[in-house]
Write a new protein. Sequence first.
Length: 195
Amino acid sequence: MGVLHGLLVVGAIGLIAVAPCLVCLLLISADEGIEWVGRAIRRVGRKIVRRRQAMVAGSVTGAEAAKSASAGTAEGGWRDGPLRRWWHMSWVGRALYTVAAAPPPVPSGPPIEQLAGDLRRLNRLRMGVATRSPVWFNAVQRAYDEALRVACGQLGIDQYLDEVSGVDLEVERLRVEGALQRAGLALRDTKTGLR
């Protein structure tokens, strides 16, 4: 009897020592479970969006339409009955409907690859100014500054090219070029090594 009592005491002490660790593990892994559920809901939402877009575009074949129609019962399934109303009133249904109804994002400007190419081209033109007129140089410089502004806007980098002039403008231009390069934008030609 004494051995059983001793084992019971050791087991209780062990459980008291391990229980906080188990609670911590559950709390730590709870956010992963929530993220997994969120990803699953978004995945289903995207699938619904693609299916609706395909139906609207008329690109669904007869076999695919029959397959999607047979998902419910012969009378139309959950799409026509009280289950459909419950689905639309539930928070999951509203979230999926919101995902399905959201328009695709509209780009705010030219693609960043095009901007990088423009910046490299304008930089080459800017560096080869020995045979050009001052008017041409100023036009290229303004175009280069405008391309820098647009690239900074798309990458979320602060720039003050409009607010400074003279030597301060050159310093700001160099700072912005460095920030864009740190953000991953290639401003130099790889063949020639020019800035």
